[in-house]
Design a protein around this ligand. Sequence first.
Ligand code: FA5
Length: 337
Amino acid sequence: MSDVLQKIEDAKRDALEALAGACDLGVLEKVRIEFLGTRGRLTELARSLGSLPPAERPAAGQAANRAKAEVAGAHKAALGSLPSKKTGPPALDVTLPGRAPGRGHEHVVGRTMDEICQCFAKLGFSIALGPEVETDYYNFEALNFPADHPARDMQDTLFVGDKLLLRTHTSPVQIRTMEKNRPPVWIVAPGKTYRRDDDVTHSPMFCQVEGLAVDKGITMADLKGVLTAFAADFFSPGTKIRLRPSFFPFTEPSAEVDIACVLCGGRGCRLCKETGWLELLGSGMVDPALYGFVGYDPSEVSGFAFGIGVDRAAMLKYGISNIRHLYEGDLRFLRQF
Ligand code: FA5
């Protein structure tokens, strides 16, 4: 056999062996290119036949064409025998990087609640919790809301049974904590609260963080000092607060607490309606009448309490104009935090 015929035979044998061992599309394509591509072994051999003596060319040409046809046929057959999308599972490429599962993160309201609690933990407060389904006694009566008193209308209540309701604020935790502990008491109580409320700044379910400090010699200056430290830590250093006279049945005196507008710093803008201030929470000195419900001696101790709207705090901190964004579950919104 002439040298070139031998080379054609060798190339054909190598190609058929490689095709027999190929188990996926990628390998098959590599073999096709190696032997039948424009620079493939069989293609180059066929191209080189022009340099043979004329007498040898016809036999070599026929051998080259037969070899190419045989390899092309084997390649086609091997392609057909691969598992297709219709007939079997797709070939698994174990070398591809895996697909990582999507990672979630804490909801902005939960995170804000944690941040608020952290600020007070640094000041020595510990955490207390209470039930969301509450009795009339803890939600109203022991907080000095007499039955049929108009102050109960301040909070539109959702009742779930006779004298059983969804707590309208976290203040019942004040009573539950004082019942179980002797003074001194320094606690914050985070949690969900419910009211018949629904507009751009009010939601039927919202969150509060209650604060209560009962100890010897506590004054309104302590309340102001603690809340000033909180505003500086939670919003930014130097954030000013102001106390405005208000009314709650369970505190005397009572105060609404505003912070200097986070947008204009107090100069006046659309967010603060040109007042320079934004309302954040309710607070006051614990009304001594409450001590009668929990067995504390009002001549021994005094205290302050406050209730922060967590949703309101998050809206002020992040410039959110509509409270509903917090609860619609729209990932485009939530992923910003
Ligand atoms: C109270 O709930 C009092 N328990 C707070 C308190 C505690 C006063 C201890 C004194 C001592 P008020 O109803 O103002 O107060 O609510 C407190 C805060 O909760 C408000 O400033 C507001 O930020 C938030 N809030 C009230 N209602 C809603 C609502 N429907 N949606 C979202 N936030 C609300």
